[in-house]
Design a protein around this ligand. Structure first.
Ligand code: MN9
Length: 292
């Protein structure tokens, strides 16, 4: 069966410090209640690009300590435009901790040439015994990789695939056909069904922190050939996702988790804390989709 990974959230206290206990509770909820197959640690959903290096390490420490011996796969996102940091974190998660798979966002902010991007990936994997998934999210990074760019990145055997957070399904189809053995993980939860039709290997997403059971049912329906059922489940998930996006996705997922008894804490500034309107919106979402 295709794998479902939660893009792990980070719980922060009201001052923006990492709330270790809350983050552990999110991990336990994802594994024990949602039944995810894996966790993607240190991604956008973990507010990773708001963190300092020691804080990034702390998140990896918490995830490894809490879930390292669980029957789930763990992926550590180590990338950023700070290549020295990315290389150090790659070593840290694989050697000090025991992550087998790492991922790195395409370097952003400066408009790096493709050769610079290729060099970045080769450097990150060079001295570590780990496989890497490119994290491609053009809407947030501005970095668009072409099919030939992917071919060059994938020519490094340690670069085993991509977390594909991109609505370009023509490129997704071309990638799948040209690289049947590479791992392609779908990154837009609301587009899972068309991605399944193009034979992705699984999915990684923020909303799977609260909605993984329905997503697993959708994947099962798809694999059983019951496309009507799979489409119905995607419609239901997308009603939820549309409401979450409308109310502010990260604070809303955290507030829904809170309602589920998980101390998911606050988002970190500059991401705004939930005000009364957002809290009321999240209450409504919880009542509509999760209260029984
Ligand atoms: O990890 C997530 N991407 C971002 C992937 O949050 C930037 C997705 O799960 C989206 O949050 C989700 C809603 O658009 O698909």
């Amino acid at each position: 069966m295709k794998k479902v990974f939660a893009a792990l959230m980070t719980a922060f206290d009201a001052d923006g410090n990492i709330d270790e206990q809350g983050t552990r509770e999110i991990i336990r909820h994802d594994i024990d209640v949602e039944g995810v197959d894996g966790l993607y640690v240190g991604g956008s959903t973990g507010e990773n690009f708001e963190l300092g290096t020691d804080e990034k390490k702390k998140i990896f420490d918490i995830a490894w300590d809490e879930a390292g011996s669980d029957d789930v796969e763990l992926i550590a996102q180590v990338g950023s435009p700070n290549l020295h940091e990315a290389k150090m974190l790659a070593k840290y998660v694989t050697e000090t901790l025991g992550f087998k798979t790492i991922s790195a966002v395409t370097p952003f902010y400066y408009q790096y040439s493709f050769d610079e991007i290729k060099h970045y990936y080769d450097e990150i994997v060079k001295d570590v015994d780990a496989n890497l998934l490119v994290y491609s999210i053009p809407a947030l990074t501005g970095v668009n990789l072409s099919l030939d760019n992917f071919a060059k990145l994938f020519s490094n055997p340690k670069v085993i695939g991509v977390k594909y957070t991109n609505p370009d399904f023509f490129l997704l189809e071309r990638l799948r056909k040209r690289f049947p053995d590479k791992v392609i993980m779908s990154g837009f939860d609301e587009m899972l069904l068309p991605a399944l039709a193009l034979d992705v290997n699984g999915c990684i997403g923020s909303t799977f922190n609260i909605n993984a059971k329905k997503v697993k049912a959708e994947i099962k329906a798809f694999e059983d050939g019951d496309i009507d059922r799979a489409r119905q489940l995607q419609h239901e998930s997308n009603d939820l996702i549309a409401d979450l996006l409308d109310n502010g996705i990260y604070p809303s997922i955290k507030l829904v988790l809170q309602k589920m008894g998980v101390h998911a804490g606050y988002t970190r500034e500059p991401m705004a804390h939930a005000d009364e309107k957002v809290k009321a919106g999240a209450d409504k979402i919880y009542q509509k989709y999760f209260a029984d």
